[in-house]
Design a protein around this ligand. Sequence first.
Ligand SMILES: Nc1ncnc2c1ncn2[C@@H]1O[C@H](COP(=O)(O)OP(=O)(O)O)[C@@H](O)[C@H]1O
Ligand SMILES: [Mg+2]
Length: 256
Amino acid sequence: MLIDEFINSEKREQVKAGGNKKCFVFDEYVLLYGSFKEEELQQEMRIAKELQILGVPLIPTLEYRVVLPPNEIGYSRGYMLQQRAKGNSLYSLSMKENEYEQRLSEIVELGQEKIDKFVSDWMKIIEAGLQVDPSKAENFFYDNGNITFIDLNLRQVPVNFQYAFLEAAEVLMGLGLKSKKYSDKLCKIIKKVSRSFMKQGLPLKDISEIITTRWNYILNEAQIISIMQDLMVEQNDVKTPNNTPFDYLSKDGKTL
Ligand SMILES: Nc1ncnc2c1ncn2[C@@H]1O[C@H](COP(=O)(O)OP(=O)(O)O)[C@@H](O)[C@H]1O
Ligand SMILES: [Mg+2]
């Protein structure tokens, strides 16, 4: 098996340790070492491969090897082999301010269709039963205008779509990392992500609620009004798909 060659490789060097896993980087592949429930990992691998075939840019685990058998709560330790994601982390805590500003500028320049794709990919991942961990921008890779999802897990809890909106926008803004002095750029990103979620069928009142309660420390009143006015005008032109995640995944339109 391919994975054994990488496990035995003399050349492996650890360049990254995430919160939980160690990551050994090779030219085309990465070898991860961490803990997992074998049955869940198998399910994750199957779903991720199906999503990849559908064109969702995520990185499935190709093979795994258990090194330490399951502990009393079912977690084994071992290796996972994945294709190496192109590019580098979307944002990271270790970024210097000028690097953050540079990446933020690239994201601001992304066309609406790129943001729409990012949001619909995210929705597809959730619908398929996986979860995106948005708490670390390292779980998203950026390469030349394209965003790839890494570090996906089997979804354990219901997803609230208002929260998905909040999280998707904050991932793209790299929020929490740097200050609100980039308000103009952040405003443009929020506007585009709001549009994408409106197209996905998230009601305008939910979008408005998040913007006014969560981002009022980044945006001033004029910016908030400008976003909401634009969305209200565009609302009539937007054709939401017949089946939005909000209809067919849940009754109240919010949780999955
Ligand atoms: N497929 C991949 N391609 C490139 N880098 C990866 C890949 N998988 C993991 N990494 C790197 O290793 C780090 C840790 O892996 P991750 O799966 O996110 O584990 P953790 O559970 O520790 O967050 C990532 O943040 C990333 O820098
Ligand atoms: Mg991670």
